[in-house]
Design a protein around this ligand. Structure first.
Ligand code: B12
Length: 183
């Protein structure tokens, strides 16, 4: 995991900065994303072998509508599965209605959302608002490069995680809230 956090993640973020400065271009991002995917595929069995996978509750996890960035989501899914949660990975570019339908079908405790763009993080508020308006029994936690603690609070999310380094603690807190609430 140190390799992922200390080498791979800073490297791809640096590339993102170069992309923003127009020093690197889409093909570079695509190649880097491919390298990240291969790295994550190597890490998955190692993480699976390192701990018992037991059922601590169900999480449906999605990258929000309009957003196809899924590297961070994928690593979070692997980590949470390894920590013993039943994680249903809905993929990327997932509309609100599909997220809510999957949460219902899987009797989820938590809806976890990832967004990497300022234009798509607004979808998180749409999900939170729908959960509240329909009085649904799910807690919502959010994360992704553009998402901040302040934004998470503003939209009324139940939890925010900066990266895989704090996801275990954040999820444990939100799951305790979800399992403590009347269902
Ligand atoms: C790789 C990449 C791509 C790849 C994505 C491949 C893939 N399968 O994911 C490709 C090439 C497809 C791509 C496309 C685009 N990209 Co892009 N991309 C990136 C890049 C370089 C890295 C993202 C990444 O994988 N980071 C590494 C992972 C591990 O980090 P992470 O996602 O943040 O996840 C961690 C945490 O945030 C957290 N986390 C994540 N989700 C969640 C959820 C929860 C619940 C919790 C608790 C925690 C959590 O844990 C994760 C692990 O530690 C970023 C730059 C950056 N600084 O992020 C730009 C970036 C996100 N892209 C950007 C843009 C603009 C685009 C495009 C619009 C470009 C274009 N003109 O077409 C398209 C968008 C397409 C779309 N509709 O989504 C911008 C967004 C700007 C903005 N502020 O809105 C960025 C910031 C680049 C830049 N500096 O301009 N991109």
């Amino acid at each position: 995991m140190a390799l992922f956090m200390d080498v791979m993640t800073p490297a791809i973020r640096h590339l993102g900065d170069l992309f923003a400065q127009r020093k690197k271009f889409i093909p570079h991002l695509v190649a880097a994303a491919d390298a990240m995917k291969r790295g994550v595929a190597i890490l998955d069995p190692l993480l699976a072998a390192s701990g018992a996978r037991k059922d601590k509750g169900t999480i449906v996890f999605a990258t929000v509508k309009g957003d196809i960035h899924d590297i961070g989501k994928n690593i979070c899914v692997i980590m949470l599965s390894n920590f013993g949660y039943n994680v249903v990975d809905l993929g990327k570019n997932v509309p609100v209605e599909d997220i809510l339908a999957a949460a219902k079908q899987n009797k989820a405790h938590i809806i976890a959302l990832s967004a990497l763009m300022t234009t798509t993080m607004t979808q998180m508020k749409v999900v939170v608002d729908e959960v509240k308006a329909r009085a649904l029994p799910y807690k919502v936690m959010v994360g992704g490069a553009v998402v901040t603690h302040t934004f998470a609070e503003e939209i009324g999310a139940d939890g925010y995680g900066r990266d895989v380094g704090d996801i275990a603690q954040v999820t444990a807190n939100v799951m305790a809230m979800a399992q403590g609430a009347a269902r």
